[in-house]
Design a protein around this ligand. Structure first.
Ligand SMILES: [Zn+2]
Length: 490
């Protein structure tokens, strides 16, 4: 730990134990690392300025239930001092605590990119719905004690949405007096941004850059991350700080092989996929294959209400596609259009897919088969050896997706044991995060080395590995803050 990072916490004290009022000299500008410090969830960094507190991210802590509950309920921020929030993108671990902040009285602006503003209703209303239905289910089972209340409700989420201020990439905005922001494309999901801040106090100024979640170069649809320019202080994510992503191979070749194999035996392809990003990527690749005649004209279905809404956001923002996707779009017509793909509207239409005759591709969430409509498709189509289950994303340990991927044949779906007879395939390397070389490359594209690079959003060993990687490549002024650590910026 570099000695100039002031420690307020000792060891790995649970984040909810953080005090909310640390000392701040008059006129000083400080940053405090609250969430996503030595972990990858609950992103939350607080910048304290003379005019008030600015939250850089306001993410929900996702993880072990009791721990997550504790953190999310007791978000360690002084809500009265918080004057504005900046969000890098629409993933729930970066924005999901906003409705809770609003529930506790926050009424300031929530700044994000235009496309993130477009995506937030999908994400926050879905999160509120999960809160409400989970709480209702727990209360039905609860025999004693007062009923539980959700972390936030649809009303809180809707109120939060009224505070959202979308800004185009590149256009400066005053987040609060003394803090001017600017977003650049981070290439991670649609609307994702890296953030450039100019902070001013007492006639002086300093600059800070934040990667948010950083994407990869050359992924379909999304543009490559844009450089941040000059920054004095730099916060970089470190999710894959110890890894080189494997070469993706030719995604189109793999997908073509999967679809033609299934079609040859009149089978279906079931694709469990995350609703935002992965679903649209698979759809795009399928369209490329179909329009170039590499796969037959079979129907594509998206069977996930959230994926349908997220796809609308992609459809509404074609100016954010990379050159290749834009060229495809102008030549072959609108991507993600309903004429080319069927989006199931309700449970009845979803159920009708159980009796679908002939070949088709069905993309459904959740991506790790832990819930959602994909379970119905596994139950109805996973037992047929003509079909293929195609995994396109990481499958965490202890998930149904992981078990199927590992070849377990008898699995439980909705309490019922079924035998997976379908062929199981996977496409590797579609991660939405940069690897250590991507992170290093992005840091090197800054104008000069920052005074200090703070590594956040990574498990301790990944963050440590990235520090070493940066050090080896000449970027030596790094720190790995722990929850509660703070640093004076100005
Ligand atoms: Zn993300």
């Amino acid at each position: 730990m570099p000695k100039d990072v002031h420690k307020k916490s000792s060891g790995r004290r649970p984040p909810q134990m953080l005090s909310i009022d640390d000392p701040n000299e008059k006129g000083a500008v400080t940053i405090r690392f609250i969430g996503a410090a030595q972990t990858t969830t609950g992103s939350l960094h607080r910048i304290r300025l003379p005019a008030g507190d600015l939250l850089l991210e306001c993410g929900m802590y996702q993880g072990h239930r009791a721990e997550a509950e504790e953190w999310n309920r007791n978000l360690p921020v002084d809500v009265e001092r918080v004057k504005a929030v900046i969000l890098s993108h629409g993933h729930i671990d970066h924005c999901g605590a906003v409705p809770n902040l609003v529930r506790r009285g926050f009424r300031g602006p929530i700044w994000c990119s235009d496309a993130t503003a477009d995506l937030l209703p999908v994400m926050l209303l879905d999160a509120a719905h999960i809160q409400e239905s989970d709480t209702a289910r727990m209360n039905r089972r609860r025999k004693h004690g007062p009923p539980r209340v959700p972390l936030f409700t649809t009303i809180d989420a809707e109120r939060a949405l009224t505070l959202v201020r979308g800004v185009p990439y590149g256009r400066p905005f005053e987040a609060l007096p003394g803090a001017e922001g600017r977003f650049v494309d981070a290439g991670h999901i649609i609307g994702s941004a890296a953030v450039h801040l100019t902070l001013r106090a007492d006639g002086k100024s300093t600059t800070l850059g934040f990667t948010g979640d950083l994407g990869r170069r050359d992924v379909p649809i999304l543009r490559d991350p844009e450089p941040l320019g000059q920054v004095d202080w730099y916060l970089t994510e470190s999710t894959y700080g110890d890894r080189d992503h494997e070469n993706t191979g030719d995604l189109l070749d793999i997908l073509q092989d999967v679809v033609t194999t299934a079609v040859a035996r009149r089978g279906k392809v079931i694709v469990p996929a995350f609703a935002v990003g992965r679903t649209q990527l698979v759809l795009y690749l399928l369209h490329v294959l179909r329009t170039s005649g590499r796969i037959p004209e079979i129907p594509f279905y998206v069977d996930s209400p959230m994926a349908t809404r997220a796809t609308e956001v992609f459809r509404r923002n074609p100016e954010l596609y990379d050159d290749e996707a834009r060229a495809f779009f102008s030549e072959k017509g609108a991507l993600f259009h309903r004429a080319q793909t069927s989006f199931t509207a309700d449970v009845e239409e979803s159920k009708a897919l159980n009796h679908l005759d002939g070949s088709a591709v069905i993309i459904s969430s959740s991506g790790m088969c832990e819930g959602g409509r994909v379970l119905h498709h596994l139950k109805n189509h996973g037992t047929d050896p003509r079909n293929i289950v195609l995994f396109v994303g990481y499958q965490a340990q202890h998930t149904l997706g992981r078990r199927i991927l590992e070849g377990v044949q008898r699995v439980k779906v909705y309490g019922e044991k079924i035998s997976i007879a379908a062929q199981v395939r996977k496409v590797n390397g579609l991660s939405a995060h940069a690897d250590r070389n991507g992170l290093l490359d992005y840091a090197r594209r800054l104008d000069g080395e920052p005074q200090k690079t703070f590594m956040v959003h990574g498990e301790p060993e990944k963050t440590a590995a990235l520090r070493s990687w940066f050090f080896e490549h000449g970027l030596k002024r790094t720190a790995a803050p722990r929850p509660g650590d703070w640093h004076r910026l100005l």
